[in-house]
Design a protein around this ligand. Structure first.
Ligand code: FES
Ligand code: FES
Length: 149
């Protein structure tokens, strides 16, 4: 079936299977920042924003995203022009293998868009669904705090 999605402010039409997951549609179409981790909604590496809300694309049907605003990391920063959160993650060493980083940054962006001065507890709560196996989270929380301040 044909579907038109609004991804990073661009309308794109795809031919998808009726039960296709958004993660697959995005990765198959070169939105490679969206990572496959567990595939069952528990790790957060596949996080994208839908209408500004962190959403697990591995358990979201592509068809359900029609008519909504989808944001991936490609839509907020580029190698030439990093987003302020990306700069802060690099500065604080909050990126090790980097696998969790796109999802972390999108969850952080959703939080800061809603609440520009979150407490540490609010940051931890916002990252609750995003797992990181490398950093121990301290540097990630610090990177987000820097931007919040
Ligand atoms: S791949 Fe989606 S939550 Fe793990
Ligand atoms: S930096 Fe490796 S999983 Fe987070």
């Amino acid at each position: 079936m044909k579907i038109t999605l609004l991804i990073n402010k661009e309308e794109k039409t795809f031919d998808i299977k009726p039960d296709e997951k958004l993660l697959d549609t995005l990765r198959d179409n070169n939105y490679k920042s969206v990572k496959f981790g567990c595939g069952e909604g528990t790790c957060g590496t596949c996080t994208v924003l839908i209408d500004g809300k962190p959403t697990l694309s591995c358990i979201t049907f592509t068809a359900h995203a029609a008519g909504k605003k989808i944001t991936t990391l490609e839509g907020i920063g580029t190698i030439e022009k990093l987003h302020v959160l990306q700069k802060s993650f690099l500065k604080e060493g909050a990126v090790q293998c980097g696998y969790c980083t796109p999802g972390m940054i999108l969850s952080a962006k959703a939080l800061l868009d809603k609440n520009p001065s979150p407490t540490e507890e609010e940051i931890k709560k916002a990252l609750d669904g995003n797992k990181c196996r490398c950093t121990g989270y301290g540097s990630i929380i610090k990177a987000i705090k820097n931007v919040a301040e």
